[in-house]
Design a protein around this ligand. Structure first.
Ligand code: DX5
Ligand code: ZN
Length: 217
């Protein structure tokens, strides 16, 4: 399975956002992780449709959109229209995960399902066959720059095992507290899509991207 880096623009310098996204493209990194927060599902508010729509006009990167919003079924079509390629929603954020999945599929987009650190991985099992990607959060969602909770990597191992057992090809993404120091351990646990915010955008972006990409080969 191919390892993919997904830089989270939450940690970018918004004054230079376009420039920094060009650096991601030039490094040959295929994904861009876009964190949408509504101030209800998580305490913080980030950005939404107008930003995604605007970025979509100038880049072909795969938009890996992480919805941290209550009742995401309300907005699936709009995020698809704005340019999301992968739409990931929190199992804890909706009463009707099946409906969210149906809507994402109907828009022709890829389905991602995610859980917070406190949610057991078993909760994902009924939905696993319908997901293109599972995102295991390794920090409490809402803020960048936190420390990875190592116990969450057990959930990565578990989902990788079940996915293989079922003959699925599920992408497993990890988000929160990724550094060049813990990346190898995360990959070894079975993750293949790696979100990195601070580890990419704090300091020299090109150097950070090169360094992380090298470790992902
Ligand atoms: C947190 C977000 C993350 C965040 C990661 O709620 O989902 O994507 O940007 O930031 P770092 O990599 O700095 O932990
Ligand atoms: Zn995220």
């Amino acid at each position: 399975m191919k390892n993919i880096l997904s830089p989270s623009i939450l940690a970018a310098d918004f004054w230079k956002l376009g420039e920094q996204i060009r650096l991601v493209e030039q490094a040959g990194v295929p994904y861009l992780h876009i964190d949408v927060m509504d101030g209800l599902f998580v305490p913080s508010i980030s950005f939404g449709m107008p930003l995604i729509e605007s970025l979509r006009k100038s880049t072909q990167l795969t938009f890996d959109v992480h919805l941290m919003i209550r009742d995401p079924e309300r907005y699936v079509e709009e995020f698809a229209r704005c340019g999301a390629d992968i739409i990931t929603f929190h199992l804890e954020s909706t009463q009707q995960p099946g409906e969210v999945i149906r809507r994402i599929r109907a828009c022709g987009k890829r389905v991602g399902i995610t859980i917070k650190p406190g949610t057991p991985a078993e909760d994902l099992l009924p939905w696993l066959d319908q997901a293109d990607m599972v995102l295991i959060m390794t920090v409490e969602p809402g803020f960048g720059g936190q420390k990875l909770l190592p116990e969450c990597l057990d959930k990565v191992r578990f989902i990788r095992k079940v996915s293989e057992h079922r003959g699925l090809n599920t992408d497993i993404e990890v988000d929160g507290g990724v550094t060049s120091g813990n990346l190898r351990e995360i990959l070894a646990a079975g993750a293949n899509v790696i979100v990195a915010g601070s580890a990419v955008f704090r300091g020299n972006v090109t150097e950070n991207l090169q360094n992380l990409s090298l470790q992902m080969e």
